[in-house]
Design a protein. Structure first.
Length: 562
């Protein structure tokens, strides 16, 4: 309440008498206090603090004060509010008012006041001089809960994998625990079938889907002593009914959380169905990561499209907090992303925006296509000696796609996260398509995310064997060395970047200069990658299914055609 927007009169900047009236909607206590009365301000702050600590409820202090020299203490406020600032200029400062009060009450003398002023002024001058030669000790912010962690220097070529694999015996034991329900618990029939299928997949080690891999990652971290906290608008069940990490008794509505019943020594799993403010919830979770570096903290958007409601938090904190304030964060953002004909509000997490703010090793951006890679990238967040925010484009239709599955041994002790994944026709035995020898491959298609499966199935349908498809699973830091190694196998091939997003969106604009450099190092026939995908668009996606399918057919034709 101090004219922060001083050219706007208060009567125009809000509809209520007091700026604190917004707190009435949550029935929080509001204290109004005069900023020219320091003792009243301290008394008010004490009461508010005691109330908060006693009742764990919000409380608001509305401190009436003013800015003597305008918005940034260097403006000329008289241009727009001459009458008020004429009064402010003639108004005594808080120091003068309080000093006169103390001397009037006989508590101090004027000489003592002047001495205290001089001492404080000297203190400020001394600190200012010291500040000119001050060099921050970077270790200062790696104490307490952050001890044992370290800052990392820019080295985008270092895989920095961490030890993310888990013993198969441990995974199978976890699988039994997270698929069991207490005796007498009445699970929904569909949920019971869901749990039975999950248990069978873990026991056989085949066909592990996305949600199962996620549960195994969470559970293994919990057993390692790491807390896991997940929040979002549908996070308990999962937006697409894929997670079901909280089970509801169909007779009593009692709640059961399998991930909190793995072992006696495990850490706590916390999952929260949040309110509908992306900005508020993401801001809270970012703050949580600053105080709990050894917990896996995840915020999940209902659809990735809705992350733009929290754009301020991404821009001001998540992407730049380490560079501005030397504060690392291990926050994970799960943003459902994929073009499936659901229209412009339910298709895109705006991958291009996150890539645009990547620099100086500030973020990790990934678009995984296998449950095993998802398992490893989640565990990787806590299995390295530093913390970086992770922005994950997560799947929708792939949650139940027959090809988007992994084996249990791909999460085993010798397994790890792969920034680039090979063509399934080469790496998976028993596939219908037999690929040509590397020197006979006419085109290499690079892609990221769900479009890989569209390309793969269309290639299988057409029986094309001379087109190789790579998946770039991690987009930042961009896997330069890995791509040089892989593309060196195909020196005679044309190189294509294929994406389902429009040309002015997705990863194309970000990846193109990297790919040009990579191809220069490879020294093959291709000097630059060619774009294949939807044309540039003002909206992220069409809302007409027939048009969506037509666009998909066109990009698949161009990617695979002779």
């Amino acid at each position: 309440n101090n004219q922060i927007g001083f050219t706007t009169y208060p009567r125009y900047s809000r509809s209520s008498p007091y700026p604190s009236d917004v707190a009435k909607m949550i029935e929080a206590p509001i204290f109004h206090v005069n900023g020219d009365d320091p003792e009243a301000v301290v008394h008010c702050a004490r009461i508010a603090t005691e109330f908060r600590q006693q009742f764990h409820r919000p409380v608001v202090i509305d401190m009436f004060c003013y800015r003597r020299f305008g918005h940034n203490e260097g403006d000329e406020p008289g241009f727009t509010q001459p009458l008020m600032y004429r009064k402010i200029k003639s108004h005594k400062t808080t120091l003068q008012i309080y000093a006169e009060r103390l001397t009037g009450e006989g508590l101090v003398t004027q000489v003592e006041v002047e001495k205290m002023r001089a001492e404080w002024r000297q203190h400020l001058e001394t600190e200012h001089e010291v500040g000119q030669s001050y060099k921050p000790n970077k270790a200062d912010w790696l104490d307490g809960r952050w001890s044992g962690l370290k800052a990392v220097h820019d080295n985008v070529d270092d895989p920095r994998r961490g030890r993310t694999g888990v013993e198969l015996r441990q995974l199978r034991t976890i699988g039994q625990r997270i698929t069991a329900v207490p005796e007498g618990f009445h699970a929904h029939r569909t949920i019971q079938r869901f749990l039975d299928n999950r248990r069978k997949a873990i026991e056989t080690g085949e066909g592990i889907d996305w949600a199962t891999a996620e549960s195994l990652a969470f559970a293994s971290l919990l057993e390692d002593g790491h807390r896991v906290r997940l929040s979002g608008q549908d996070s308990e069940r999962g937006t697409f009914s894929q997670r079901h990490s909280v089970l509801i008794d169909q007779e009593t509505e009692a709640r059961y959380v399998p991930l909190n019943n793995i072992s006696d020594a495990q850490a706590r799993y916390e999952v929260v169905n949040s309110m509908l403010s992306e900005e508020a919830v993401l801001g809270f979770e970012y703050g949580y990561t600053l105080s709990e570096p050894n917990a896996l903290t995840l915020w999940e958007a209902q659809f990735g499209d809705f992350a733009n409601g929290a754009q301020v938090v991404f821009d001001q904190f998540v992407s730049s907090g380490e560079r501005k304030w030397l504060r690392m964060s291990g926050l994970v953002c799960l943003l459902p992303h994929g073009y499936e004909g659901q229209g412009p509000e339910h298709s895109s997490a705006r991958l291009e925006r996150f890539l645009q703010i990547c620099a100086e090793d500030n973020l990790q951006i990934a678009n995984c296509t296998t449950p095993a890679n998802y398992f490893h990238i989640l565990r990787r967040q806590l299995k390295r000696d530093f913390r970086k925010p992770l922005i994950l484009m997560t799947p929708k239709s792939l949650l139940r796609h027959k090809r988007a599955v992994s084996r249990l041994d791909e999460m085993g002790p010798d397994a790890t996260f792969h920034r680039v994944l090979w063509d399934g026709a080469e790496s998976s035995p028993g596939e219908r398509i037999r690929l040509a020898a590397p020197d006979r491959i006419r085109r290499v298609v690079l892609c990221s995310g769900k479009v890989y499966f569209d390309l793969y199935e269309e290639r299988e349908k057409r029986e094309v064997g001379d087109v190789y498809i790579y998946r770039v699973e991690q987009l930042y830091p961009f896997p330069l060395k890995a791509l040089i190694t892989e593309l060196s196998r195909f020196k005679n091939a044309e190189i294509v970047w294929c994406q389902e997003e429009p040309k002015n969106m997705g990863a194309w604009s970000f990846a193109e200069p990297y790919l040009e450099w990579v191809l220069g190092q490879v020294g093959g026939k291709a000097k630059r990658a060619r774009y294949v995908g939807r044309p540039a668009s003002a909206a992220t996606a069409t809302g007409v299914m027939s048009k969506h399918l037509g666009q998909l057919k066109a990009l698949l034709d161009e990617a695979l055609a002779e």
